[in-house]
Design a binder for this molecule. Structure first.
Ligand SMILES: [Zn+2]
Length: 218
């Protein structure tokens, strides 16, 4: 038996999503390290790696925002199941770190009270779990009514989203990251604020995105 096949043989783990034991058989999973999720569950998450354009900026969505990922995301951020944090992007850790090497990674903030109640910030946790070093350049302040839509939603977000870090150098490459993008109102405001820092480039990385939005933007 070669050294490599011995290493692969030793990779038996418990999947954090379905709790069944599984073996990491592929070279890809071996190189990515312990990803905590079995192949079947990764398939259920349905990775799409969809490139999209948002307000003329390049974006990448790892998953489609389907029921299964919605359910797991709710379990993670709504039911405080912290253990799920590295199941979402863990399998693509190396690809993501390589692709966005040299970018300043800025998470889209969420309501601070929710973070306190939860004990962690879900967006930060998802992206930190794969090794991204985050720069908190934005902050969400005050009570924000999530149920609003359209121009009302944009106005409401404008009142609550602020730039808190202006030390980012003007020619930087910035990667805005979030767990979900639906209406895009928060992303719109975040881009507006980040643009005042005069970065060289802004890109977007989203864990899951509604396909309807992707089709509309095309
Ligand atoms: Zn599983």
């Amino acid at each position: 038996m070669t050294k490599l096949s011995l290493l692969l043989k030793e990779q038996t783990h418990i999947c954090k999503v379905c709790f069944k034991t599984y073996e990491e058989k592929s070279l890809h999973s071996l190189l990515n390290g312990y990803t905590c999720i079995c192949d079947k569950c990764i398939k259920r998450y349905n990775p799409i790696f969809k490139e999209f354009t948002f307000e003329s900026l390049h974006g990448l969505a790892i998953y489609e925002y389907i029921d299964y990922i919605k359910e797991k995301l709710f379990q993670f951020k709504g039911c405080f199941d912290y253990e799920l944090c590295n199941t979402f992007l863990g399998p693509y850790k190396n690809e993501l770190l390589f692709r966005y090497h040299g970018y300043i990674v800025v998470p889209i903030p969420s309501n601070k009270d929710d973070d306190l109640k939860r004990g962690f910030n879900h967006v930060e946790t998802i992206f930190q779990s794969v090794g991204f070093k985050l720069t908190k350049a934005l902050e969400k302040k005050g009570d924000f009514k999530q149920a609003l839509h359209g121009s009302k939603e944009r106005r409401e977000i404008s009142k609550h989203l602020f730039l808190i870090n202006n030390k980012i150098r003007s020619n930087a490459k910035i990667l805005l990251v979030d767990d979900v993008i639906t209406t895009g109102a928060t992303m719109h405001k975040a881009i507006e604020l980040i643009k005042t820092l005069k970065p060289n480039k802004i890109e977007i990385l989203i864990m899951s995105k509604t396909m309807l939005e992707i089709r509309k933007k095309k």
